[in-house]
Write a protein that binds this ligand. Structure first.
Ligand SMILES: [Fe+2]
Length: 265
């Protein structure tokens, strides 16, 4: 018997092979974990117009106010989807809040009326809904009106057990102003930005109402969301924009507008 061969001896070449296999396997495992993790919905500024006086009617149909005489003006849009954690698990009893401008670009806020415009009194402006056992939520609302310095957007906040988990904005694909919107451009990684620009399509062939789907993905804790949501272009990331941004329209502040959109916008 050759005494140099130990039963547990692994020749160097084989050891190298095993080592590389381990690395490969490690790579595959790591890769699959990341492949299964969903893209976190990026955060965005709350902006200046979170209602400073909430409407009496706060349901998830913003097109009609209880006791209202007519529906809100504008193109009716519906959107909904699931509230998920980063592993794809539905989150039940999450509170999803929506606030947005009316067809004239005005918010239900004491400073939310755009110059020369009037607020639509039939539009609810704010609504909220709790997610069901499947994590689902839904809103019926209108396409937000455009106002100076921004593209069309919905403001969304997600709360769990009264704790704010995410404040973000949702955008409609194909709106020309999207490409120049400083807030949209500052939101997370490219993949994350794409996750908040959704297609809204006619509900049926002869319908003027639009419908879109949007899953909202949050970290399991605010801290995790902070850490995992940071992308190269994200708030607080290297080279990222300042921590707090505001909608330019709140300010009437030329410096902020210039910083967000460039002096020519
Ligand atoms: Fe806004």
């Amino acid at each position: 018997m050759n005494s140099t061969i130990h039963p547990f001896h692994i020749p160097l070449s084989r050891r190298r092979l095993l080592h590389s296999l381990l690395l490969t396997t490690g790579g595959i495992i790591t890769g699959s974990v990341y492949a299964e993790a969903l893209t976190l919905t990026p955060r965005a500024t709350e902006g200046p117009y979170y209602p400073d006086h909430l409407p009496l009617d706060q349901d998830n149909d913003l097109t009609m106010i209880t006791g209202g005489k007519a529906p809100a003006s504008g193109v009716v849009t519906e959107f909904g989807g699931r509230l998920l954690d980063v592993d794809g698990k539905p989150i039940q009893n999450g509170l999803v809040e929506l606030w947005q401008s009316d067809n004239n670009g005005c918010y239900i806020h004491s400073r939310g009326t755009q110059q020369g415009k009037e607020r639509d009194p039939q539009f609810q402006g704010y609504g909220k809904v709790e997610t069901n056992a499947k994590g689902e939520y839904r809103f019926r609302t209108i396409k937000p009106g455009l106002y100076t310095g921004r593209t069309i957007h919905y403001h969304i906040r997600v709360k769990q057990n009264d704790k704010s988990m995410l404040t973000t904005q949702l955008f409609i694909a194909g709106v020309p102003q999207n490409d120049r919107d400083g807030i949209l451009r500052s939101m997370g990684t490219e993949e994350q930005r794409l996750s908040v620009i959704r297609e809204f399509k006619p509900m049926s062939a002869d319908s003027k109402e639009l419908v879109g789907t949007w899953d909202i993905v949050i970290g399991k804790t605010p801290e995790e969301r902070e850490q995992r949501g940071r992308g190269p272009g994200g708030l607080g990331g290297p080279g990222g924009p300042p921590q707090r941004r505001r909608d330019s329209a709140d300010a009437g502040d030329k410096d902020i507008k210039d910083a967000l959109f460039g002096p020519s916008f």
